[in-house]
Every structure is written in structure tokens, then in C-alpha cells.
Design a protein around this ligand. Structure first.
Ligand SMILES: Nc1nc2c(ncn2[C@@H]2O[C@H](COP(=O)(O)OP(=O)(O)OP(=O)(O)O)[C@@H](O)[C@H]2O)c(=O)[nH]1
Ligand SMILES: [Mg+2]
Length: 327
């Protein structure tokens, strides 16, 4: 996908990079995706379909049961009831058609949240602002993105903007080395000042990508909002139009709690997308659909493990196909 970004490296470099990038997120197989979300598929589709499809007609008992299942599959109360209400109010769709009905519903909802393509400008600096609560997987996501951008020939800088948690800068430094990218860290000064310096460096040294790490937990909500706002203002002032994504990182396993986190962060930051981490093994992938419905927030990235290559660009159509594929 991003091969045309490649710089003119030697044949040896290119070969080595090709082998490495075969593992990267531009090349994630459909079968692997299917396997990764199999617990979500079980909860959100298979259980519902098998409990409904043999019935003759929908009745209150079946629909109440179905609503409970959808809530448990992390679709959330609002969405689960709006889906089942649609069935209550109609006579055309029969229980035997439930799978196609759910597929159409989910497809529509994901579509309404907009494109799942990561914004990326071929020319000039791309800034990605990474936010999310403590432990969601922000720093790991940054390392994974950095590695993949580097593999596609981009010049990448990390900004150690988490100046709050002890040793956060050190942790990012270790990841920068593993991902073989540059880092700007200035321990002991506030986040917005670090970001200021990082943008200056990125602009004067022609970086393609600047990934900004932020703190997950500040003393209180106001504090968190103020800090994120300050950083955002620095970006807008110094590099207008260069902020390509403000990403909320959510741990898939938090399920519906992700909805309240999204609420909190949309108040503080003008979010453009979500990165859903720890989807590996999680049964709570239904949150992807709930986020699209409640906030019109598209998931654009998913984390599927702890290693650098464990990241995937999210694509709604592919996700739906994997979710509804035959076993
Ligand atoms: N299984 C799995 N683990 C992950 C994934 N992403 C991150 N982790 C793990 O989650 C833990 C927290 O990740 P961090 O990247 O440090 O999270 P953070 O949001 O930066 O945390 P703070 O800096 O404390 O706010 C680490 O142990 C990671 O290895 C993922 O996609 N899958
Ligand atoms: Mg971190």
C-alpha cells in the first residue's frame, strides 16, 4: 500500500525491509483477522443467530432475549434496543434471516461513522496526537505505528509528551530504539513545551511523521483536559493543518467503559478516530459498532498483541466480512 513512499535504499536494504514489512500492518491476512475476532464473532453474531434462526416468528420473549445478548456482547443498551426495536416494528424479516439483518445493520452503522482510512499526507509533516486513559496502550501503539511508517520509508519522530508518569519518557525511548526511529525527550518540562520543541525539530529536519505520546492519568478530569488542550493549541499554532489524526486509544477489554472514556476525551479533544488495542482474544469487539453509533467515531487501527508488528489498519468492510464469515 505504501510502497511508493519508499526511499531509494540499496537492494539489500529493500530486501530486508520487504521481509520485515511482510509482517507489518499493511499485510495482515483475512484469516488472521477472523481468528483474532473469533470471540467477538461468537458473542455478537453466532450466539444470537443460533438462538433465533430456528424460530418461526419473532415474539417479545425472543426479542428480549436477543436484546440481552447484544448488550452482553458490548453493543451497549441504546444500540441493542434500537436494533431489536426495528425487528419489533416490522413483519418482513423472519428469524431465519437474522444473520443478514444483523450484517446489514452493522454495515450501515459503521458506514455512518465515516472513512476508516488513516489520514496521511504524502507531502509535508503528518502529526498524530495519541490520547487515552492510563494503560490503554498508547505508548505501544506509537511504537507500532512508528515501526510501520519507518518500514514504508517515512522519516519518523516521537515526542515524549507523557511528562506525568514516572519513567514514561524512558519507556518511549526504549520503544524508539526498537522501532529504529528518533525521539525528542526533554524530561522535567511540561508536555506542551516538549511538543513545541518536537514540532520545531520535525519542521526544520523535514520529518514526515510526528507521533505525540501523552499522559493517561492526571489528577483529575479538568487537569487532563487542560493539558490536552494546551498541547492541541501548540500544534494548531505552530503547524496549522498538519494535525492529521487525534486518536483515542481504547483497551478493547474495557467494553462499555470505553463509551464513557470516549465521552470524556471527546470533551477534551476533537477526536478523529479510535485505536482499539488488545483485540487479541477479546470478546468485546462489539464496542467498535457502539462507538460508530454513539459518537460517529471510526476505529482506524487495532492492536492485536504486544509486539511491534501486532497492529492492523482497520477496515469496516473487511471487519464485517470476517464477523459474518462461515466458520
Ligand atoms: N495483548 C495486548 N497487549 C497490549 C496491546 N497494546 C498494548 N498492550 C499492553 O498493554 C500494557 C500497557 O501499554 P502501554 O502502551 O504502556 O499503555 P499506555 O496507554 O501508554 O499507559 P500509560 O503510559 O501508563 O498511560 C503493556 O503491557 C502493553 O504490552 C495489544 O494490542 N494487545
Ligand atoms: Mg504510555
Amino acid at each position: 500500500m505504501f510502497n511508493f513512499f519508499k526511499k531509494n535504499n540499496s537492494a539489500e536494504d529493500v530486501n530486508e525491509e520487504k521481509q520485515e514489512s511482510a509482517k507489518s500492518f499493511w499485510n495482515f491476512s483475512f484469516d488472521k483477522l477472523k481468528k483474532t475476532i473469533s470471540n467477538t464473532t461468537q458473542n455478537l453474531v453466532d450466539n444470537v443467530v443460533s438462538s433465533v434462526e430456528e424460530e418461526e416468528e419473532f415474539d417479545d420473549f425472543i426479542l428480549d432475549d436477543m436484546e440481552d445478548m447484544l448488550i452482553k456482547a458490548d453493543l451497549g443498551v441504546n444500540l441493542a434496543s434500537s436494533v431489536t426495536d426495528k425487528l419489533r416494528k416490522q413483519t418482513k424479516v423472519k428469524p431465519s434471516q437474522i444473520k443478514q439483518f444483523l450484517k446489514d445493520e452493522f454495515t450501515e452503522i459503521l458506514k455512518s461513522a465515516g472513512s476508516t482510512r488513516l489520514n496521511l499526507d504524502d507531502n509535508g509533516l503528518n502529526i498524530y496526537f495519541i490520547t487515552g486513559v492510563n494503560g490503554a496502550g498508547k505508548t505501544t501503539l506509537i511504537a507500532k505505528l512508528a515501526n510501520n511508517f519507518r518500514l514504508s520509508g517515512k522519516k519518523v519522530l516521537l515526542a515524549a509528551g507523557d511528562t506525568f508518569r514516572a519513567a514514561a519518557e524512558e519507556q518511549l525511548d526504549i520503544w524508539a530504539k526498537r522501532a529504529q526511529v528518533d525521539i525528542l525527550r526533554k524530561d522535567g518540562i511540561e508536555s506542551a513545551a516538549v511538543v513545541y520543541e518536537a514540532i520545531k525539530k520535525a519542521q526544520s529536519e523535514n520529518y514526515d511523521i510526528l507521533l505525540i505520546d501523552t499522559a493517561g492519568r492526571l489528577q483529575n478530569k479538568r487537569n487532563l483536559m487542560e493539558e490536552l488542550n494546551k498541547v492541541k493549541n501548540v500544534i494548531d499554532k505552530l503547524a496549522p493543518g498538519r494535525l492529521k489524526e487525534s486518536i483515542l486509544v481504547l483497551d478493547a477489554n474495557t467494553g462499555q467503559n470505553g463509551i464513557s472514556q470516549a465521552k470524556l476525551f471527546t470533551e477534551a479533544v476533537d477526536l478523529t478516530s479510535v485505536a482499539l488495542t488488545k483485540l487479541d482474544g477479546s470478546a468485546k469487539g462489539g464496542i467498535i459498532i457502539a462507538l460508530a453509533k454513539e459518537f460517529k467515531l471510526p476505529v482506524k487501527l487495532v492492536g492485536i498483541g504486544e509486539k511491534l508488528e501486532d497492529i492492523k489498519l482497520f477496515n469496516s468492510e473487511e471487519f464485517i466480512e470476517a464477523l459474518f464469515a462461515k466458520k
